[in-house]
Design a protein around this ligand. Structure first.
Ligand code: M5T
Length: 240
């Protein structure tokens, strides 16, 4: 399947159900299979709203979204879930074991698949240092992980699916530059299309495409080098 990993937004406008104002306004873009897209923009700009439309947490109010060359509406939900790995801004972990949390949504995941994904997400060693390793209980009556550890666990959970499209919505924000860079190097090997919301210049630099979002619109698009030349706003972000 040649279009595996392709994502297209066609004149997408969106308002949340029951809201009168649009949070996304006529967004169009095309991402080729395997590309990395860094999404930058100030708080409330619409970054999460764009990304939520890809796994169909919401449908566009107007326009259409295509994944792997197909209109999202023509893909069955359980099929779509196999194609997309999505880690939301707030990591969703529940009070089960590390293993159960990793396998959430993919109950047939083997321990060796979990370990491989955990290594790639730079969380394997943290897990093996826990009292009961992969069987350690999390949450309520178990241990609490730090923000960055939770994020890495969520990334591992998404990687287990070997998705065509991986969406990291601010899911590496708590990682130091070096750890984030190791995680991204490992993700490169998956050859998936990657959407990553970030404030880090080092992450934006790696991207094939940077999208600068403001007030529900894409206001700049290009590589780091291109935007350094053409966008005063991007330069402002870069030097801040
Ligand atoms: C864009 C509103 C939000 C803002 C706009 C997620 C969500 C957002 N909004 C809702 O009304 N309901 C919702 O469930 O939509 O918000 P965003 O897409 O979250 O923007 P962002 O991702 O760029 O912001 P941040 O702070 O995560 O960097 O008006 O109120």
């Amino acid at each position: 399947e040649q279009l595996k990993g392709a994502v297209t937004f066609e004149h997408v406008s969106f308002r949340y159900p029951g809201m009168s104002s649009y949070v996304l306004k006529d967004i169009s873009f095309h991402v080729r299979p395997g590309e990395t897209v860094a999404i930058l923009g100030s708080t409330g700009a619409g970054k999460s709203s764009i990304l939520q439309l890809i796994p169909r947490l919401y449908d566009p109010t107007e326009g259409a979204v295509y994944v792997d060359g197909m209109n999202l509406k023509d893909i069955k939900m359980d099929d779509l879930r196999k194609r997309i790995g999505f880690t939301p801004q707030e990591s969703i972990l529940f009070s089960g074991t590390v293993e159960e949390n990793l396998a959430w949504g993919k109950s047939d995941a083997s321990l060796s698949e979990m370990k491989a994904a955990a290594k790639d997400a730079q969380i394997h060693e943290t897990i093996t240092d826990l009292k009961d390793g992969y069987e350690t209980k999390l949450g309520q009556k178990g241990i609490n992980l730090s923000g960055g550890q939770k994020q890495r666990l969520s990334v591992a959970r998404a990687l287990i699916r070997k998705p065509n499209i991986l969406i990291l919505d601010d899911s590496t924000s708590a990682l130091d530059l070096q750890t984030e860079s190791k995680v991204l190097d490992a993700i490169d090997e998956y050859k998936c299309t990657l959407f990553i919301v970030t404030q880090k210049l080092s992450t934006a630099k790696r991207a094939d495409k940077i999208m600068l979002i403001d007030d529900g619109k894409i206001i700049e698009e290009g590589t780091h080098d291109q935007l350094m030349n053409t966008s005063a706003l991007y330069r402002e972000i870069a030097y801040s």
